[in-house]
Design a protein around this ligand. Structure first.
Ligand code: PLP
Length: 374
């Protein structure tokens, strides 16, 4: 491959630490038997710490969307009403998943760049007393906006609904506090803030979600993503094969290595390290006249979106960094295409030097651009 030297500064996949990559490259283990089962169970305990939940956790082979799909498809029946928060591309994606199951979707919108508002959910539950719950993205990766999941969770709980949160780009990079935030179902992915290669989707299910799922045994859609099936195998085959399919064992060992590193560093320490990187990047961007898309008070510690200088098409910046510097950053999605660029700093391997290298490349883009214009 020609792009194997690209420095990944995108919001997933991230470049994992070398120990994580070495784990991925070790000889393949079988996915069943006492030893691997113990290892898997320990890994679930570590994930429980990161989700901050006493609920059940499973790891599903697949990308983050398989866990999103499993949560929505297992907890809501066709025809049921669900409120979906939308302030970016991944909120729209939740709508698309919900509609694919025939759910009756009520949008709760905020503009792209602004957080969702808990009071809008309160009002929506008042207007739609038959709504069974809500789905929200935690860190909206398309805009770098963090949604107030704890405040929204309180409204969903008051309304007696089930609350699903897409924490694909936040778990391991932002506190998720699943139980405290009244989150009943939560989905994530290995390749973002958990610092592992793509391929696994951790999913967490609280007691209230199970109650709703169990109330109607035929609620769930499909088989692979049916959380009742995952629980059944966890219970029935718990001593030797606690999942219904072949676990992606190499990916699991890599994820486990990443989790061990996260817990060895300490979750608050890791988050603070990311926040300092975000602050450093924001200060540098302002210095070179590329204004951050969101204010510092609402900074995402793991992802920074910014405008190009003088309203330049940001796709040019993305292209230049890749071609001239082998640095991969992301452009804007949807209406923000060409208007913003996004820099991911959600890998534990990202250092101040990496941030400075990206800024230097951005500065050079500006210089080259200025020469071309004059
Ligand atoms: C990346 C991302 C997804 C999609 O995850 P996949 O692993 O590609 O399926 C969903 N939601 C958010 C918020 C994301 O950042």
């Amino acid at each position: 491959m020609t792009n194997d030297l690209l420095k990944l500064m995108i919001p997933g996949p991230v470049q994992p630490d070398s120990q994580v990559l070495a784990a991925m490259g070790a000889p393949v283990r079988p996915h069943y038997g006492a030893a691997f089962t113990r290892y898997y169970m320990e890994t679930l305990d570590l994930l429980r710490k990161v989700f901050e939940t006493r609920g059940d956790v499973f790891v599903m082979p697949g990308s983050g969307t398989v866990a999103i799909d499993a949560c929505i498809g297992s907890a809501f029946s066709t025809g049921e009403k669900i409120l979906v928060g939308v302030n970016g591309f991944f909120g729209e994606r939740l709508i698309s998943v919900a509609e694919s199951y025939g759910l009756n979707v009520v949008r709760v919108d905020a503009s792209w760049g602004e957080p969702l508002r808990a009071e809008d959910f309160q009002a929506a539950f008042r207007r739609h007393a038959d709504a069974k719950g809500a789905a929200v993205v935690h860190l909206e990766t398309s805009t770098a906006v963090i949604n107030p999941v704890a405040e929204i969770g309180a409204e969903v709980r008051k309304a007696g609904g089930v609350f699903f949160v897409d924490a694909v780009s936040s778990l391991g990079g932002l506190p998720v506090r699943m139980d405290e935030a009244c989150i009943d179902l939560c989905a994530s992915a290995s390749q973002k803030c958990l610092g592992a290669p793509p391929g696994l989707a951790p999913v967490a299910i609280g007691a209230r979600a199970w109650e709703v799922i169990d109330r109607e045994p035929n609620k769930a859609h499909g088989w692979y993503g049916n959380l009742r099936i995952w629980r059944q195998y966890f219970v029935d085959w718990g001593d030797w094969h606690p999942f219904p399919v072949t676990m992606a064992t190499s990916n699991l060992v890599a994820l486990r290595t990443g989790l061990d590193q996260l817990l060895a560093e300490g979750i608050p320490q890791r988050l603070e390290r990311y926040r300092q990187l975000a602050l450093r990047l924001r200060a540098s961007l302002r210095r070179i006249d590329m204004q951050p898309f969101t204010p510092d008070e609402r900074l995402a510690p793991v992802l920074t979106a910014a405008y190009g200088p003088n309203g330049i098409n940001t796709e040019e910046i993305v292209k230049y960094l890749e071609e001239a510097h082998h640095i991969k950053i992301s452009g804007g999605l949807g209406d923000l295409h060409g208007k913003i660029f996004r820099i991911g700093h959600m890998s534990p391997t990202v250092s101040e030097a990496d941030i400075d290298e990206v800024v230097l490349a951005l500065e050079e883009f500006e210089r080259v651009k200025t020469i071309r214009v004059s």
